[in-house]
Ligand binder design. Structure first.
Ligand SMILES: Cc1cc2nc3c(=O)[nH]c(=O)nc-3n(C[C@H](O)[C@H](O)[C@H](O)COP(=O)(O)OP(=O)(O)OC[C@H]3O[C@@H](n4cnc5c(N)ncnc54)[C@H](O)[C@@H]3O)c2cc1C
Length: 421
């Protein structure tokens, strides 16, 4: 009998974890490497940023998810290079790890379109650290506003700008709208909720681009009803400390949240193969890279078209299905079976806008409102990993639904600027 094949998986996100879970039952050694020690449920990051959930509700250690198994290793480390000639990946520490099969699932990161300095003033939502930073800024702003008697002086601290009208921007703006309208504001005495301004800024002609026009329009109306001003056809021209500019003018606020473009992981360029304009690797039908059938790229890192020729969206179900597909492909190949091509099964898209408000497009059936929100909640609870997390999130949501209260409102000194008091 030959030596067991070694499968290296880079990334413990939706794609990497799905591949690893499938491979656990295969006759292979597995090494999964991630630069963090946890799998993160990114679709609920905005709830951590808006003090509805705690980090531990949406993140689970990768080691805990995969459990024990002979020949399975979970490594904490950042992969900095892939050598596809000699079949090894290299970690930041300099360590090299050989592979027989490589599954690249490093996901994406926010793209500031070449304006890297904007990042310091307008954090995106990609990690637990990002979400806590946004949460801290929002809470700190409210504390500052509480101390200012002059409404003009406190205006910036009661202003929120979310850049990017995709699902994340819509969810974030809606959640801030909820905070403002309902609960947190009641705990402050100096200002009224009517002083709060929330802007959702989108460069394109509509929010929720990629959704049917009727749902985009419904989302816009719902947000406006919640007090969010939706600025469409409004590209951001500059972001500096405490201010964001457009061709029409400037808004002053420390609360700027970036939910605009994304770019695939920079690590992918070391594969030295064709990438699209956002850095995603163009893969073959079986998700391998051209000219190398042992290296696969999946999830947000991959550019793959559907059966009609349109690129697959950067969504969790795509990454999950691709991870499972690769796990099965490797398992079958070792058992001497032939490879097949990947086909995505689209079960629909949804976005939530706030309490009891969402839009959904399920196989052409478009609907919005309470029913869409219930469906959104069920799907998100279902996809959360781990019974404990599902239970905790369910209880938290019930609590919010009936009390309108947000529980996780702590300001630690992690992101507080030391020169301000
Ligand atoms: C705020 C937000 C909201 C979203 N909402 C939704 C939603 O409602 N519905 C939906 O379907 N999708 C949503 N998405 C998209 C969804 O989260 C992604 O499509 C999905 O996470 C992609 O899975 P992935 O495995 O490709 O990458 P990821 O899940 O991003 O995982 C990549 C992993 O690779 C690790 N990694 C990266 N680089 C390295 C490196 N060099 N070395 C080692 N490890 C590395 C990262 O730490 C991470 O754990 C949302 C995304 C965000 C950011």
């Amino acid at each position: 009998m030959g030596k067991r094949k070694h499968v290296v998986i880079v990334g413990g996100g939706f794609g990497g974890i799905s591949a690893a879970k499938k491979l656990k039952k295969a006759n292979v050694d597995i090494t999964i490497i991630d630069k963090t020690n946890h799998h993160l449920f990114q679709p609920l990051l905005y709830q951590v940023a808006t003090a509805a959930l705690s980090p531990g509700d949406i993140a689970v250690p990768i080691r805990a998810i995969l459990g024990e198994r002979k020949g399975l290793k979970v490594l904490l480390g950042k992969v900095t290079n892939v050598n596809k000639q000699q079949n090894y990946v290299e970690l930041k520490s300099g360590r090299q790890i050989n592979f027989d099969y490589l599954v690249m699932a490093p996901g994406a990161q926010y793209n500031y379109f070449g304006n890297d300095s904007w990042k310091d003033h307008a954090p995106g939502l990609k990690s637990i650290g990002d979400a806590l930073q946004v949460r801290e800024r929002i809470l700190l702003s409210l504390e500052k506003a509480e101390q200012l008697e002059d409404p003009k002086l406190r205006e910036p601290y009661l202003t929120y700008v979310v850049v990017g009208g995709g699902p994340t921007g819509v969810e974030m703006a809606g959640a801030i709208g909820e905070i403002v309208k309902r609960n947190m504001m009641r705990n402050y005495n100096t200002f009224s909720k009517n002083e709060t301004r929330i802007f959702l800024v989108e460069a394109g002609p509509k929010i929720l681009n990629g959704y049917p026009n009727s749902l985009s329009e419904r989302a816009r109306e719902t947000l406006e009803d919640m007090g969010v001003r939706v600025l469409q056809n409004t590209p951001v021209t500059d972001i500096d400390k405490g201010q964001v500019s457009f061709s029409e003018g400037t808004i002053e606020t420390p609360n700027i949240i970036w939910a605009a473009g994304v770019a695939a992981s920079p690590l992918l360029s070391s594969l030295d193969t064709e990438q699209d304009r956002t850095g995603r690797v163009k893969v073959e039908g079986d998700l391998s890279i051209p000219g190398n059938d042992t290296i696969f790229v999946i999830g947000d890192a991959a550019y793959k078209t559907d059966d009609e020729g349109s690129p697959l969206p950067a969504l969790a179900p795509v990454a999950i299905q691709q991870g499972e597909f690769i796990g099965n492909l490797i398992k079958n190949e070792i058992a001497g079976k032939e490879r097949k091509d990947f086909h995505y099964v689209d079960k629909g898209t949804m976005a939530t806008i706030g309490r009891a408000k969402a839009v959904a497009d399920i196989r052409g059936f478009k609907f919005s409102g309470f029913f869409a929100w219930i469906l959104w909640s069920i799907v998100h609870i279902f996809f959360l990993i781990g019974f404990r997390n599902r239970f905790r999130v369910f209880v938290e949501w019930m609590w919010h639904y009936f009390t309108f209260k947000r529980g996780v409102r702590l300001i630690t000194d992690r992101f507080t600027e030391s020169d301000e008091d």
